[in-house]
Design a protein around this ligand. Structure first.
Ligand SMILES: Nc1nc2c(c(=O)[nH]1)N(C=O)[C@@H](CNc1ccc(C(=O)N[C@@H](CCC(=O)O)C(=O)O)cc1)CN2
Ligand SMILES: Nc1nc2c(ncn2[C@@H]2O[C@H](COP(=O)(O)OP(=O)(O)OP(=O)(O)O)[C@@H](O)[C@H]2O)c(=O)[nH]1
Ligand SMILES: [Mg+2]
Length: 436
């Protein structure tokens, strides 16, 4: 895809709408406004203009028109916006005219933001923050994404990288100026202290996994024998009729996911097939999917019906034993919590428990890293730093210590996209919607 093309896209949602935003970026943006909108307005001043087909003079729509010249614009190049009426035919007419009056083409997913990145308007960690803002479903996710867009991770990474480059400069100076090929003693102490400082900060960032959990959402799997009341509980938690409930054992076969907002925290509740030996091929598949999801879950709610005490839970990282159909049984069972999803009994307690669990795993909102990509880069950087330090401390070859420091700086550079991130870019931008 050529990056000097002029691109356009509908940046607002599709379907029937009050207003539709058409976004344009690239060198022909000015020409588009001259031909279709009777000239170029003052920069960043919204004006109402009649859009026309320049070939016929035909009025297409009344639009709010914006001119945002580069390099200060979002993409770093000339941009225009047409806020038109939302009708389907209006949209079609404006888009058709756009591609016929000047040389321009529809944008790819994330292409506006890709240009902003390529033009140095934002670093890669900020681009990820922007992607997370679009995908945020809860308040805590939105906050975290805003902090990343604001540069919290990018600034930290740049700071670490600068410190490592300082270490590297001192190592290289020692290489050049010392006859013995080692570091002067007082300098060595300084270098070791600097390495320890950066390594410690990176270690603290790595120790906090709540950012990744918050971005992904906490996965809670409902598992148990058939008829335990899993789907009834899912419907109660979702507050809508998502899953089929019936007195027939083996009703649920597919995995059903519902995204919930528990006090601003994202929790994905997963209903699964009741676990039992079955000769039915479809049910067997459902049961094996249920086991797989339980194994991966952050938390499994193991639902035990009044007559189901003998069944054994599947392997799970964390498991809460929930007695169901409390209305049908005597109190006093070996369960962590008792509910009757059909009547609502015990649900506030269960929800409070889930909220507390979610808060303890992702509630602080103070995590610097939010993706596995960041974790992998920092892990590598930390390994390199530790090798740099060990090499120095054991009077190993200075060249090798310097090389490890160089690799550490490179690994950190991947976070902001300073170094080889081509493969990351394609994946990231394709996760955006068209028009972003
Ligand atoms: N209509 C509209 N709304 C939008 C956007 C947009 O592009 N268009 N955004 C896009 O995703 C977000 C806002 N982000 C933006 C960031 C920078 C600039 C921009 O052109 N800045 C110029 C001018 C600033 C000024 O001086 O007023 C600059 O930084 O120089 C625009 C939007 C969300 N809302
Ligand atoms: N009395 C009573 N009945 C319940 C309660 N919860 C569920 N049931 C009934 O138990 C039966 C099974 O409920 P489901 O929610 O379909 O059970 P399930 O665990 O999803 O079952 P499978 O999908 O077959 O694994 C239905 O008839 C429900 O109405 C409850 O709290 N009290
Ligand atoms: Mg079910």
């Amino acid at each position: 895809m050529r990056s000097d093309d002029t691109i356009f896209a509908i940046a607002s949602g599709h379907g029937r709408a009050a207003v539709c935003l058409i976004r344009i970026s690239g060198p022909e943006s000015r020409l588009i406004l001259e031909r279709m909108a009777d000239g170029v307005p003052q920069p960043r001043r919204a004006v109402v203009r009649t859009l026309r087909d320049p070939a016929t003079g035909d009025p297409l729509d009344q639009a709010l028109v914006l001119w945002m010249p580069g390099p200060g614009s979002f993409t770093g190049e000339d941009q225009a916006e047409l806020h038109i009426h939302g009708g389907l035919a209006t949209r079609a007419a404006v888009l058709r005219t756009l591609s016929s009056v000047v040389n321009c083409r529809p944008a790819e997913a994330g292409e506006f933001t890709r240009r902003a990145f390529l033009n140095g308007r934002m670093d890669l960690s900020q681009v990820e923050g922007l992607a997370d803002i679009i995908d945020a479903e809860t308040e805590a996710q939105r906050r975290q994404a805003m902090l990343q867009l604001g540069g919290r991770l990018g600034n930290a990474a740049e700071g670490w990288r600068e410190s490592i480059l300082q270490v590297l400069a001192l190592l290289e100076a020692s290489l050049d100026f010392s006859d013995e090929g080692d570091v002067p003693e007082d300098l060595e102490a300084d270098i070791l202290r600097m390495i320890d400082g950066v390594e410690g900060e990176i270690g603290r960032a790595l120790a906090n996994r709540s950012g990744e959990r918050l971005r992904e959402g906490l996965t809670v799997v409902l598992a148990g024998p058939p008829n335990a009341g899993k789907s009834t509980l899912l419907n109660a938690l979702a507050q809508r009729d998502v899953a089929i409930v019936s007195p027939i054992a083996g009703t649920t076969r597919d995995v059903i996911e519902v995204h919930c907002d528990l006090g601003g925290l994202p929790v994905v509740i997963v209903d699964t097939a009741g676990l039992r030996e079955s000769t039915d091929l479809i049910e067997q598949e459902g049961v094996s999917r249920a086991r797989a999801r339980a194994q991966d879950a952050d938390l499994v709610l193991w639902l035990v019906p009044p007559d189901g005490e003998e069944s054994a839970p599947p392997p799970a990282r964390r498991l809460l034993k929930v007695g169901t159909k409390a209305d049908l049984r005597q109190p006093g069972h070996g369960c962590d919590i008792m509910i009757a999803a059909a009547t609502g009994e015990g649900l506030p307690e269960l929800i409070a428990h889930l909220e507390a669990e979610a808060a303890s795993l992702m509630g602080q909102g103070d995590a610097v890293i939010t993706r596995e990509r960041h974790r992998k880069a920092l892990d590598r950087a930390q390994g390199c730093l530790i090798r740099t330090r060990d090499m120095l401390a054991s009077r190993g070859p200075l060249e090798l210590a310097a090389e490890e420091a160089r690799l550490a700086a490179r690994a950190i550079g991947e976070i902001t996209g300073r170094v080889d991130v081509e493969d990351v870019l394609d994946r990231l931008f394709s996760s955006f919607c068209i028009g972003k």
